[in-house]
Write a protein that binds this ligand. Structure first.
Ligand code: NCD
Length: 300
């Protein structure tokens, strides 16, 4: 990869993406071959927002490469509570580690951090902005299940605040993918993202109901309504629970439809889907390790 920092999926070309996915596939086949390739490297984990998968899979990935991680720990027990700026925290952490993984509630935080430090900054989610490493593992999962060209992908749920959606939609424009966006009117893709998609010449459609396109889809990517980003709890309640995928609904889907979700799920996918051949979200989460190992291998 030609980049020092991984801030947005928009910076990733098809060649960048394929290089990471190919390397991840190599790691998946023989993880032991990479066991000591990054001995002595330290990765800083700075999470200013909750995380299970992203943080643990970065931690696992650097350790599986022979390196180690240092964790800033909960925000409440860090100097942020004393009023330290993000720029200062980043300048301090840069002296401790060879790379920084940053998750932050403010859009643009990772970009800002990258302007203050020389070690690679990896955006692990910036508010409702971007989540490019989730996108790499999403693309890996799509490629394994459906291939990445001449496919139809439905992306459903909170398209307004969902950063995994914003990153995935941008990255898919590198491939021959028909994109169907399914959401309530109030949670449509933001205007600037729709603009970017149209500018890129992507084949993009919007719907209110998944039934309109379900039988054409190769992949259905379901997302959680991002409750924590709603300025008004009443607005959240209006749309909460509106979308629900269950096994009965999927009877009208293609037999080889792949259902994905970045997780955590709340009630968007009923537990009865888990036992169907469509369910792929746990494998998707597991793919976070080989993909992040491949990314760290390129960056560090
Ligand atoms: C996502 C996130 O943090 O944006 N989680 C993740 O990293 N897998 C999705 C979400 O929180 O809904």
């Amino acid at each position: 990869m030609r980049h020092d920092h991984v801030i947005s999926a928009k910076q990733l070309s098809r060649a960048d993406i394929e290089a990471v996915l190919d390397r991840a596939a190599e790691i998946d086949r023989d993880p032991g071959a990479f066991a000591d390739t990054h001995a002595g490297k330290l990765l800083a984990l700075c999470f200013f927002e909750p995380s299970t998968r992203t943080k643990m899979s970065f931690d696992t990935s650097i350790k599986r490469l022979g390196g180690d991680a240092v964790d800033m720990g909960p925000v409440e027990s860090s100097s942020v509570e004393k009023g330290e700026s993000l720029a200062d925290t980043m300048r301090v952490v840069e002296g401790y580690a060879d790379g920084i993984v940053l998750r932050h509630p403010s859009e643009g935080a990772a970009k800002l951090a990258s302007e203050f430090v020389d070690v690679p900054v990896i955006n692990a989610g910036d508010g409702a902005g971007q989540h490019p490493t989730q996108t790499l593992l999403d693309l890996y999962t799509i490629r394994e299940n459906a291939g990445l060209d001449d496919i139809t992908v439905g992306i459903m749920g909170d398209l307004k605040y969902g950063r995994t959606v914003h990153s995935l939609a941008a990255a898919l424009t590198n491939f021959d993918v028909r994109q169907h966006f399914i959401s309530p009117e109030s949670l449509r893709l933001p205007r600037n993202i729709r603009f970017d998609l149209h500018e890129s010449g992507a084949d993009v459609h919007e719907h209110r109901n998944v039934e309109a396109v379900l039988d054409t889809l190769d992949v259905l990517y379901v997302t959680r309504i991002q409750r924590e980003r709603f300025p008004d709890e009443n607005e959240y309640r209006k749309v909460a629970g509106e979308y629900n995928i269950d096994a009965a609904l999927l009877e009208s889907a293609k037999d080889d439809l792949t259902v994905m979700h970045p997780l955590p799920r709340v009630d968007e996918i009923a537990p009865d889907v888990d036992a169907t051949d469509h369910a792929n979200y746990f494998e998707q989460a597991h793919n976070g390790v080989p993909v992040r190992m491949a990314l760290l291998d390129e960056l560090l």
